[in-house]
Write a protein that binds this ligand. Structure first.
Ligand SMILES: Cc1ncc(COP(=O)(O)O)c(C=O)c1O
Length: 432
């Protein structure tokens, strides 16, 4: 590995003042035993570190940058907007414009409320679901990540279906988890078994799910599983919440809900809708959304919610999605990278698999398919680490974990996609 003198020096200095040297744990490259990337600047599909090394970027701010880095149209609009002031703590016209854009692209959202992070969106959506239904129990699925609010940080106890789960973080009182149930992903039987208990069925306020899981690597839900959740939640007067923080506007213009043709009651959005700035949202049917304060009794607020600069960037990012053939072109770019890898895996029987929806995918090592967290945990992490370093040394940056998702932007160049394809093929051939 070439020495990254400035990066190493700066990271050592960051470690003195910021826990782990990072403001979000996965940025620390834990388990990879190399100094994390310390970015100086970025353009289009490329990150440049403080040593001046360039990396083709497939992390793209964890999926936020569907138009790549520093898109000139978004930058220009933001620069104009900034001249008018950066935050007012008052309502603005640009919030309405972005809300109408989301509503037009995602018809299950009749109204939306803006917040500043995906965590706030999921946390507020669940509070709203509980306030609207007057019930408390929330079901989530193992391997589903919905931000870092207390009641989401739960894993199921070794295959036991029920409320006997434990927190995946210290600092969460066990009592708080009483109303969180964690069930296996893609498992209709386990779901039905759980709600066959009368108390569970009666108490159920909501089911929250990533319709295409992106936090155990990319694992799509079975359409039948989502349809089943839709039907059962309706019967139980509980709300179905789709966490589309990653999939929203990524896997299709209308998100995973249009990809599957399943409409949730509430949707959580983030990443792409901020155009590279901190913005997120939750939205849904008007009769539910109007339970939020000031109209209703469910409280939710934020000093920087609907920040005009973030709204402008988000609005421009969503407008760009309507460029003719946007998703077809993105699909084609992604295919040019993934198809040769899939062919290589199949032709040579490599013990790996590539799971993809649209421009998001994961290359799993040590598994021929992954349908849930139990299987995702069986991946070959040593092989992933070697693969990550192989790419990093060749100027390619993928998310630094086996259980994350690569994304392709509309500005990834043919040359960089080919360079990535070749580097991946080179590695896959060492796995034979
Ligand atoms: C599906 C999903 N939901 C929620 C979140 C939380 O979003 P944020 O990191 O903006 O709080 C994430 C973050 O990656 C996510 O992947």
């Amino acid at each position: 590995m070439t020495k990254r003198v400035q990066s190493e020096k700066e990271y050592a200095s960051l470690l003195q003042v910021i826990p782990g040297g990072v403001n979000s744990p996965v940025r620390a490259f834990k388990g990879l035993a190399i100094t994390p990337i310390v970015v100086d600047h970025a353009f289009q599909d490329t990150l440049v570190d403080i040593d001046g090394a360039q990396y083709v970027d497939y992390c793209l701010s964890w999926g936020a940058l569907i138009h790549g880095h520093a898109h000139p149209h978004i930058l220009e609009s933001v620069q104009k907007r900034i001249q008018k002031g950066t935050s007012y703590g008052c309502t603005t016209e640009i919030e309405g414009r972005l809300a109408r854009k989301i509503i037009s692209l995602m018809p299950s959202c009749e109204k939306v409320r803006f917040v500043s992070s995906g965590t706030e969106a999921t946390m507020s959506a669940v509070r709203l679901a509980r306030g609207f239904t007057g019930k408390s129990l929330m079901i989530k699925f193992t391997g589903g990540y919905h931000g870092h609010a207390d009641h989401f940080l739960v894993q199921a106890g070794s295959g036991v279906i029920g409320l006997n789960q434990s927190a995946t973080s210290a600092g969460i009182p066990q009592e708080l988890l009483h109303w969180t149930a964690c069930l296996p992903y893609n498992d209709i039987e386990a779901f039905d078994h759980f709600i066959s208990n009368e108390k569970n069925a009666q108490n159920l306020a909501c089911v929250i799910i990533e319709p295409i899981a992106a936090n155990m690597g990319l694992v799509p839900a079975d359409k039948k599983f989502l349809e089943h959740l839709r039907k059962r939640t309706k019967e139980l007067n509980a709300l179905l919440i789709f966490d589309e923080v990653v999939t929203g506007f990524r896997v299709a213009k209308g998100g995973a809900q249009s990809y599957y043709g399943v409409q949730p009651d509430l949707t959580c959005l983030g990443k792409i809708i901020g155009g590279g700035f901190p913005a997120a949202a939750f939205g849904g049917k008007q009769e539910i959304m109007d339970h939020l304060a000031p109209l209703g009794s469910v409280y939710q607020a934020g000093t920087l919610s609907g920040n005009p600069v973030a709204m402008e960037a988000g609005y421009q990012a969503l407008c760009l999605l309507e460029t003719p053939h946007f998703y077809e072109d993105l699909e084609e770019k992604t295919t040019s990278l993934t198809e040769p890898l899939v062919e290589c895996i199949n032709k040579h029987g490599v013990n790996a698999c590539l799971q993809r929806v649209g421009s998001a995918f994961t290359l799993f090592f040590g598994r021929r398919s992954v349908t849930n967290m139990q299987e995702a945990k069986l991946c070959n992490l040593a092989q992933f680490t070697a693969f990550f370093i192989h790419l990093f040394e060749r100027g390619i940056y993928i998310p630094p974990s086996q259980h994350e998702v690569w994304t392709v932007s509309s500005v990834h160049s043919k040359k960089n996609l080919e360079k990535t394809r070749d580097a991946c093929l080179e590695y896959l051939k060492t796995c034979l």
